[in-house]
Design a protein around this ligand. Structure first.
Ligand code: AMP
Length: 536
């Protein structure tokens, strides 16, 4: 049955009011509590002036309070925008500027970040602050319009909704090549379609115990949340501090008796490298899913050999097409480290097309551009019609201008087996630790520091945890005291940690190609050579 995303929790609270919905460390929240707390927040937001279509940003670490906030915003007919609590204030300010929110709801240990964000009064005209953390928050820069205590005086009764399934539910900001993050608008029906298919395909049920690992600003997190709410299962939020401790993640899967794990492959790779999975480990685990980047075959073999009772599925898809567009369940453990795992076939209602420059299908086995169509396609980028029109184009096979396909920027081929294989990127977008990064965003930030005559960012493959290493080549500004440590420290003030280059190389002049452009291929070779020397 088609519904709005927040109606999933209402339905579950009617059927299993006192069953646990969310587990985080020692905290547990039942479906009834989740429903009532989010209703209260929705009533409060409406009372405080929120109207259909208003954007509400939230800056709350991944906790039950964040999930209540998401549902409360949706129930107030608004659009939620998750902000990364580990991102520096200048980058968050760009996102807030772009979506002109009615409210910024904050919570958790983020007071310093919030204070820095609010130091520019003019920037936040029309945006008020709500506080979902414990106690009161005070600062010379802002006053919260409401706090957690105020929620108690609001009704927990259900609301009438104005939104329909084609209205936006959330905007997820991803790295933008010109230095400004792009907001991908996702509707209720985009998510509901994927969830409906996934719950059926994976057989998700109310006795399931589902991991919640990716951060809330990353679209993979929406699968965990709404997949759980749709099936009345339990969502087990993985504390972020476990991320660098592979044996603790293994303990978490074991002790929480998870039945489903879903994450980017780098986490699984990291755990395999640390050899923290025992033979026949995690007896409750039924399925292990990954998405977001290639899971190299050797660590996949490691996992499959140890967990013969588990179903392993590769999900593929960009944020612009909502969570995943294709899937491939690996039928048996590959016997060759070099075997390539396909991204498979389209999920129900989705379409994968491998096309040439003239938008004609390429022959099987040939490399082409991967386009996506179907029910997951976002309406486009938030207030960016040019960027939207550049990649969301009319389907070549349809006379209907509303029949669109999305150019992913990925290269692919259709194999002899009829399955789709991912072959890399056609541009300078990369994945590092599962994070989507436009190298252009780092370059723009570096140029803005005014410490380099010239600079270029390239990425090289490594067999480390990140999968790729971000490399910076630079020519220091004359007479300036420029060192990698200084560049890194200054970049850290404007970019999140996962975007910082790991390798640096100083030049007198950057190498150029015949057109006079920076020769990135040569730069990559130089960094690869250096990495090879380091490993020797
Ligand atoms: P994001 O919007 O962060 O989900 O990133 C989307 C991009 O991640 C895709 O366009 C691909 O380049 C890459 N990606 C996603 N899933 C996979 C996968 N299963 N295998 C290989 N690359 C993937």
């Amino acid at each position: 049955m088609s519904s709005l995303l927040h109606q999933l929790v209402t339905r579950q609270s009617e059927q299993r009011h006192s069953q646990t919905a969310i587990v985080y460390k020692q905290d547990k929240l039942t479906y009834g509590e989740l429903e009532e707390a989010s209703n209260r927040l929705a009533h409060l937001l409406k009372d405080a002036g929120c109207r259909k279509g208003d954007r509400v940003c939230f800056l709350i670490p991944k906790t039950p309070a964040a999930i209540i906030t998401i549902l409360g915003i949706l129930k107030a007919d608004c659009i939620y925008v998750p902000l990364d609590t580990s991102s520096p204030a200048p980058r968050l300010a760009k996102i807030i500027d772009a979506c002109t929110p009615r409210y910024l709801i904050a919570g958790g240990p983020i007071a310093a970040l919030l204070n820095e964000l609010m130091s520019d009064e003019s920037r936040f005209q029309g945006t008020e602050i709500g506080w979902m953390g414990e106690g009161k928050i005070e600062s010379e820069n802002f006053k919260a319009r409401f706090s957690l205590d105020d929620l108690k005086s609001y009704s927990s009764a259900g609301l009438d909704y104005q939104n329909t399934t084609s209205d936006p539910a959330h905007i997820l900001f991803t790295s933008g090549s010109t230095g400004v993050p792009k907001g991908v608008v996702i509707t209720h029906s985009n998510v509901v379609h994927f969830i409906d298919w996934a719950v059926r395909y994976f057989g998700t049920k109310h006795s399931d115990r589902i991991s919640s690992h990716p951060p809330l600003h990353f679209d993979l997190s929406t699968f965990d949340i709404y997949g759980t709410l749709s099936s009345g299962a339990q969502l087990h939020i993985v504390p972020t501090e476990l991320n660098l401790l592979p044996h603790k993640i293994a303990d978490f899967i074991r002790n929480s008796e998870l039945t489903q794990w879903f994450s980017v492959p780098s986490v699984l790779n990291f755990m395999a490298k640390a050899d923290v999975v025992k033979f026949n480990d995690f007896p409750a685990l039924e399925r292990l899913l990954w998405c977001g980047e290639v899971f190299p075959t050797p660590p996949l073999i490691y996992w499959m050999k140890r967990l013969p009772h588990v179903k392993f599925t590769n999900l593929y898809g960009p944020t612009e097409a909502t969570i995943a567009s294709s899937y491939y369940s690996v039928p048996q453990c590959p016997d060759d480290d070099r075997a390539q795992i396909p991204i498979g076939t389209a999920c129900e209602g989705e379409e994968l097309l491998v096309l040439d420059d003239e938008l004609k299908p390429v022959a099987p086995g040939e490399v082409g551009d991967l386009y996506l169509g179907g029910v997951g396609l976002s309406p486009g980028y938030w207030r960016e019609p040019e960027k939207t029109n550049a990649v969301f184009i009319q389907s070549p096979e349809s006379p209907d201008p509303n029949d669109r396909i999305y150019k992913t920027g990925d290269l692919a081929k259709i194999g002899e087996d009829g399955l789709v294989y991912y072959l890399g990127r056609a541009d300078s977008q990369i994945k590092s630790r599962g994070y989507r990064i436009e190298l252009g965003e780092i370059e723009t930030a570096l140029n803005a520091l005014n410490l380099a005559e010239e600079c270029a960012i390239v990425a090289i493959n490594t067999d480390g945890f990140e999968g790729v290493a971000i490399c910076c080549a630079y020519v220091p500004l004359k007479d300036a005291d420029v060192t990698p440590a200084r560049l890194r420290a200054d970049l850290n003030k404007v970019l999140p940690g996962y975007m910082l280059p790991a390798r640096w190389m100083q030049f007198d002049l950057l190498p150029k190609n015949a057109n006079g452009k920076i020769d990135r291929r040569v730069l990559r070779e130089r960094f690869e050579q250096e990495a090879g020397n380091d490993n020797r």
